[in-house]
Design a protein around this ligand. Structure first.
Ligand SMILES: Cc1cc2nc3c(=O)[nH]c(=O)nc-3n(C[C@H](O)[C@H](O)[C@H](O)COP(=O)(O)OP(=O)(O)OC[C@H]3O[C@@H](n4cnc5c(N)ncnc54)[C@H](O)[C@@H]3O)c2cc1C
Length: 384
């Protein structure tokens, strides 16, 4: 039986995060976006509430929330906080760094890194993509050669979210190129190791308060104890990370879409042209209705996937569907919002155009929309 009612405890947490994010996370956002500056203040404030550690067990310094509670709390973050870049930084850190350490790390690794990751005292990144390995991610060229009690890493990771501010990265490299995918392993690489250099901070269209960087590994000596999971087990780590990430990275977008809808409904009621509220024109109201439909269907899909995960089911296909559907809904609702605002929607000071720039990235990261469709087609028995 599916039951989507929330407990009093869950509602209180949701309310707490909503009030906190509305009050604490929305100052100076136009400037931060223009300057492409990391929102350090927001990051630290979220860390003090352990938002970065929502689903991580309490014994490792997290909040210990189950997945449905986590989704609900992240939704509140998106509803209250207008800094999608900060939210993306938190999500990348959580799903692609902390969670793999929780699942595949040994006792020492978990104790060493998780408590500080949960409080935002350490910032994590995930480094798999390379110049020649984007969608075809297992075509990576970074190598890890075992030498005594170390692995020597060499390669370039050109898309690392949080890279310029990270203290550690989950880096994927092959220990044996002849083994193909089975040679890939995951490593916890601390940013201050010699040979580990963040060579370039990369500018981008949206999510500009999240830092993106290119990581270069040149004879970087990683202690063997920092191998994550077993040698050759990188594919399992990546698949696991993507299952969680694709399933839940857009939880906050539900809140964002709700915030956008409320703003647009208010605007459509207040803005008058031709002697009446623009919301009375059916060409405007149908856009608002479509935004509402996208919001509710996205939310239902997300909750269902959260519930399946809570039941211990594999959600590989459902996660791809969730990522695909919410990202495309989010982008379309941002386009509708700009249209409803007319020319004002195009102006930076109205803070709607930024929402569109931020939303567009969701069709690309964690696998493009085409790749999500490809995965779903495979589950339908249509793939290669
Ligand atoms: C904001 C942002 C943050 C990111 N953060 C990280 C990060 O933290 N760590 C990390 O490792 N990576 C990160 N990435 C990289 C991201 O995972 C890749 O950009 C993505 O996987 C696509 O790879 P690509 O850009 O090389 O595009 P390509 O793989 O070159 O794709 C180009 C086009 O071809 C299409 N295409 C490719 N293969 C197929 C196929 N089989 N069928 C149909 N169409 C196909 C794609 O959908 C796309 O439209 C980030 C990307 C963005 C935009």
């Amino acid at each position: 039986m599916i039951d989507f009612s929330w407990t009093e405890e869950q509602r209180q947490l949701q309310q707490k995060i909503l009030e906190f994010s509305r009050q604490e996370l929305n100052s100076n956002l136009i400037d931060l976006d223009a300057q492409e500056a990391f929102n350090w203040e927001g990051w630290r404030k979220c860390g003090s509430l352990k938002i970065q550690g929502l689903p991580i067990p309490k014994e490792y310094g997290g909040m210990g929330a189950d997945i449905l509670t986590t989704i609900y709390a992240l939704e509140a973050l998106g509803l209250g906080c207008k800094d999608n870049g900060l939210i993306f930084a938190i999500n990348a850190h959580l799903w692609a760094c902390s969670l793999p350490i929780l699942t595949f790390g040994n006792a020492e690794q978990k104790q060493k890194y998780l408590p500080q990751l949960c409080q935002g005292e350490l910032i994590g990144g995930h480094a798999i993509s390379e110049p020649e390995a984007g969608s075809d991610v297992y075509n990576l060229k970074t190598v890890a050669q075992k030498r005594d009690d170390k692995y020597i890493l060499n390669g370039v990771k050109n898309w690392v979210t949080n890279g310029p501010v990270s203290n550690l990265y989950i880096v994927f490299a092959t220990v044996d190129p002849s083994k193909g995918k089975s040679g890939i392993s995951g490593f916890i690489v601390e940013a201050n190791l010699p040979g580990c250099t963040l060579k370039r901070k990369i500018s981008k269209m949206g999510l500009r308060t999240t830092q993106l960087g290119e990581l270069v590994l040149e004879d970087c000596e990683v202690p063997a104890e920092n191998l994550l999971g077993k040698e050759g087990g990188g594919m399992a780590i990546f698949t696991h990370s993507m299952e969680w990430e694709r399933g839940f990275i857009l939880s906050s977008a539900i809140g964002t879409m709700e915030r956008l809808l409320t703003t647009c409904v208010d605007y459509a009621k207040k803005r008058k042209q031709f002697g009446q509220s623009i919301g009375k024109f059916q060409l405007v109201s149908t856009k608002l209705v479509d935004m509402k439909l996208r919001l509710e269907t996205s939310r239902t899909l997300l909750y269902k996937v959260g519930w399946l995960k809570k039941m211990g089911k594999s959600i590989l296909m459902e996660a791809a569907m969730t990522k695909l559907y919410i990202s495309e809904s989010w982008v379309q609702s941002c386009l509708d919002a700009i249209q409803i605002y007319g020319g004002y929607g195009y102006l930076t000071e109205f803070e709607i155009e930024r929402e569109l720039r931020d939303a567009l990235g969701s069709k690309l990261y964690s696998g493009t929309s085409e790749i999500q469709r490809h995965i779903i087609a495979q589950f339908m028995g249509l793939g290669r």
